[in-house]
Design a protein around this ligand. Structure first.
Ligand SMILES: Nc1ncnc2c1ncn2[C@@H]1O[C@H](COP(=O)(O)OP(=O)(O)O)[C@@H](O)[C@H]1O
Ligand SMILES: [Mg+2]
Length: 260
C-alpha cells in the first residue's frame, strides 16, 4: 500500500490533488524532507495516473528530458532509433511529469518546456523533429527547495506557469503518526522522545539558532530507526548532529539532550 502524505491541513492535500486534476501545473515549495516527493506520488495515485520523474541537477540537459538517439539491431539490420525521455513519455501516455528540484537546473535547459507547460501542451522534439501533443491526463508537478545550496531563483516565465503550494515540516500528532508508520521503531516512549526533541528543534529554528533542515522528517525517521540499535543520544548524534556544518549548531542541539 502507498504511504500517505499526512498533514493536519486536509484542505492543503485536497487542493493539491484538485489543482492537478484541473490541469494546472503545480509547484510544491518547501525545504528538503517536507514530503514534496511523497505528496506528488500521492496525487498521481489518487488520479490513477502513472508518474515519470526527472531530477534536475546542474548537468541536466535536453537529452535527459526529451530522449536520445541510439543504434539498435532490428531483424539483423542496424537502425537509428530514438528513445523517448521522461517528458515525451509522460506526454504521450497522459501521465504525470514530476520535475524534482526544478531550481537546480541550469537556466538554459528549462525553457525547452515552456510550450509544454502552457495551454499548448505541445512540443517539437528538436532531436527528431517529432511534434508531440500531450494526451489527456498529462500534468506537471514540480518541486523546489528554497534557499538550498546550488539553487537559483526560478526563472520568472517558468514560475508564471505554475500554481504553488508551500509545505512545512509536520509536527506533533501528525509527525508521531508518520514516525510510527515509516520507522521501524515501535517503542512508544522512544517515539515520544523524538516528538519532544522535534518541538525543541522547531523552537531553535524560530530563534535562528539552527537551520530549518535539521528538523527534516527524513532525518527524524533515520534517528528513530537508529534508536532500535543504539541509545537516543547517539542516534541523534548520527542522524542529525554530525551532519551539521557549524560547531555552534552542534552544541546547541547537544544541549537539548539534558532536557529530554
Ligand atoms: N507530511 C508527511 N507525510 C508523510 N510522510 C512524510 C511527510 N513529510 C515527510 N515524510 C517522509 O519523509 C521522507 C522524506 O519525504 P520526501 O517526500 O522525500 O521529502 P522532499 O521530497 O520534500 O525532500 C519520506 O520518507 C516521507 O515519507
Ligand atoms: Mg524529494
Amino acid at each position: 500500500m502507498m504511504i500517505k502524505y499526512q498533514n493536519r491541513d486536509q484542505q492543503l492535500i485536497d487542493d493539491a490533488i484538485n489543482i492537478v486534476k484541473l490541469g494546472k501545473n503545480l509547484l510544491l515549495k518547501g525545504p528538503t524532507g517536507t514530503g514534496k516527493t511523497r505528496l506528488s506520488e500521492n496525487i498521481s495515485d489518487s488520479l490513477s495516473a502513472k508518474q515519470y520523474s526527472v531530477n534536475c541537477s546542474v548537468d541536466l540537459d535536453a537529452e535527459s528530458l526529451l530522449g536520445f538517439k541510439t543504434i539498435e539491431t532490428i531483424d539483423g539490420v542496424q537502425q537509428i532509433v530514438f528513445i523517448d525521455g521522461p517528458v515525451i513519455k509522460a506526454m504521450k501516455e497522459g501521465a504525470i511529469l514530476y520535475i524534482d528540484e526544478i531550481n537546480m537546473a541550469k537556466p538554459e535547459v528549462l525553457p525547452i518546456l515552456n510550450s509544454v507547460l502552457d495551454y499548448r501542451r505541445k512540443l517539437t522534439n528538436p532531436f527528431n523533429n517529432e511534434v508531440v501533443i500531450a494526451q489527456k491526463g498529462f500534468n506537471v508537478i514540480a518541486a523546489i527547495n528554497e534557499g538550498y545550496v546550488g539553487t537559483m531563483p526560478m526563472n520568472e516565465a517558468l514560475v508564471n506557469r505554475f500554481v504553488a503550494i508551500e509545505l512545512k515540516y509536520i509536527d506533533g500528532e501528525t509527525l508521531k503518526q508518520v514516525l510510527i508508520d515509516q520507522s521501524i521503531l515501535t517503542d512508544e516512549q522512544d517515539i515520544e522522545k523524538m516528538i519532544k526533541l522535534n518541538e525543541l528543534l522547531i523552537k531553535m529554528v524560530s530563534q535562528h539558532q539552527i537551520s530549518e533542515e535539521v528538523a527534516s522528517v527524513r532525518a527524524l525517521i533515520d534517528a528513530c530507526d537508529l534508536m532500535t540499535i543504539m541509545p537516543f543520544e547517539r542516534a541523534i548524534e548520527r542522524a542529525l548532529v554530525s551532519k551539521l556544518e557549524t560547531d555552534r549548531e552542534k552544541e546547541a542541539i547537544r544541549q537539548l539532550f539534558e532536557l529530554i
